[in-house]
Ligand binder design. Structure first.
Ligand code: GDP
Length: 447
């Protein structure tokens, strides 16, 4: 294999800043440091160094650190320059590094990619790292850190070993199948018992995956209801009472996003689907269609109505939405003369006086926790990719179980092998090349 090129990039944020961290990874990392004038290096120690290439002016006074390939995160010799964070300093360092033969600027995510390919990080850990950097709320941070620490990988690698053991036992049975004695039957039964146990564990993880994916992508709350009942007012109340997320990312759908909130540590996007009404023309029809699909895809629907009976108000058709995800809210309770008029099946609130808002918010937060909270449970998957392969693993295991019950151990062993391949795809021990591009698409330069 060709020796890899040495790469460099700015790994810290936008300039100017107090400090700029430039990373250099590859076989020439040490040489690059020496050419920059950093000759007095102790591995894994930050050393204050005058960066002055020979026959050149001083570039900066910087803290320099060197990691040998055995101890670095990329699995290659790695250097870090903690520079003064000015454009001029970083430009000059880059100019110098680019003049060294064998060095080139890093591509997006290339440091992490090398770490993965050199076995310093697993695939799920890399995904965890990407999630951690993108995390906006506490629960997202906790989930991604657990992935980064390898909790999920360890679990699936353990399951993988279990599959290998089951298959080995099956093959051993096949080898002695001529003997057809009582103990063989007992072994068969033993194997048949092990499979449902694993299938059960996978099912639990698939159920957890829904919550994990929701937490990673954020929860969607759709507001529906007739005009003038106080939908915008409720959004304003939510924004005041809870923490608003200021996100650099625009909404991924074309719906109008009214608010991004941090509810109980989970990211929540509130959509105002004011468009659900009888459409009078083509453009309105499109708006109604989009609003309806937003409500259908939402994790929670807040159906807002006025607490005052309005004979003109038409009830919306809710038949398309799961009843369990609809929360009924009656606003403007301050206008009720008689509290006995309050509807029983929902929450009576007043956006004006804040009456009932506490109780409603408490319930909403409980729902959000129920739909996303993972921190007190064993970690589960959090991407569609994980879920798809996990489902394949389960399907293969179920087929293996059917075949083994028929006594067809050779066919069953084949299905066990397929199950292990699917599991290996999640942790990246199988077909890792297929997912590399997709995984690193979201990484930026310097990571
Ligand atoms: P939307 O069309 O459903 O978004 O409704 P808005 O939030 O724009 O509110 C419609 C009107 O109702 C505005 O004049 C609000 O000031 C008023 N409003 C909203 N909430 C309350 C409330 O709790 N009590 C009273 N009395 N008026 C409210």
């Amino acid at each position: 294999m060709n020796s890899p090129q040495t790469i460099y990039a700015l790994s810290s944020g936008a300039l100017p800043a107090a400090i700029a961290i430039v990373r250099i990874s590859g076989p020439l990392a040490k040489k690059a440091l020496q050419l920059l004038g950093a000759t007095n290096l102790t591995p894994r120690k930050l050393i204050l160094t005058k960066l002055k290439p020979s026959k050149q002016e001083i570039i900066d006074m910087a803290l320099v650190c060197f990691f040998s390939k055995e101890e670095s995160i990329t699995g290659e010799d790695l250097a870090e320059l903690h520079l003064h964070g000015s454009l001029a300093v970083v430009d000059e360092v880059f100019l110098f590094l680019s003049s060294i033969t064998g060095l080139r600027p890093a591509e997006p995510g290339e440091f992490t990619k090398r770490s993965l390919l050199n076995g310093k990080m697993g695939l799920i850990e890399v995904e965890g790292l990407a999630d951690l950097i993108a995390s906006e709320t506490k629960e997202q941070r906790i989930q991604s850190l657990r992935l980064l620490k390898g909790e999920l990988s360890k679990k699936y690698l353990k399951w993988g070993k279990e599959l290998i053991r089951i298959r080995a036992e099956m093959e051993a049975l096949l080898d002695f199948s001529d003997e057809g004695d009582v103990s063989q039957k007992a072994n068969n039964n033993n194997l048949i018992k092990k499979m449902p146990n694993l299938i059960n564990k996978i099912e639990k993880d698939l159920a957890k995956g829904a919550a994990g994916t929701r937490l990673r992508n954020g929860l969607k709350i759709a507001l529906i209801g007739p005009p003038n009942v106080g939908k915008s007012s409720l959004i304003n109340v939510l924004l005041k009472e809870e923490r608003a997320i200021v996100s650099a990312h625009a909404g991924t759908t074309r719906d109008i996003i009214e608010a991004r909130l941090d509810l109980e540590g989970a990211p929540v996007t509130v959509y105002d689907t004011a468009g659900i009404r009888i459409a009078r023309n083509k453009i309105e029809k499109e708006g109604v269609k989009r609003s309806k699909s937003t409500a259908e895809n939402a994790d929670i629907i807040l159906y807002i109505r006025s607490a005052l009976d309005d004979p003109k108000e038409k009830a919306l058709d809710l038949s398309k939405y799961k009843p369990s995800k609809i929360i009924h809210v009656y606003n403007k309770t301050d206008l009720l003369e008689n509290k006995g008029q309050l509807k029983k099946e929902g929450f009576g609130v007043s956006c004006k006086t804040k009456q009932g808002i506490d109780i409603f918010l408490e319930f909403l937060c409980k729902e959000v926790r129920r739909l996303t909270s993972l921190s007190d449970m064993a970690i589960g998957p959090n991407r569609i990719r994980h879920m798809n392969h996990l489902k394949e693993t389960k399907d293969s295991l179920e087929l293996a179980l059917i075949e083994s019950k028929k006594g067809k151990m050779d066919v069953s062993a084949d299905f066990i092998r397929s199950a292990n391949v699917s599991l290996g795809r999640i942790v990246g021990t199988v077909d890792i090349e297929d997912v590399l591009d997709e995984i690193f698409l979201g990484f930026c330069i310097g990571k």
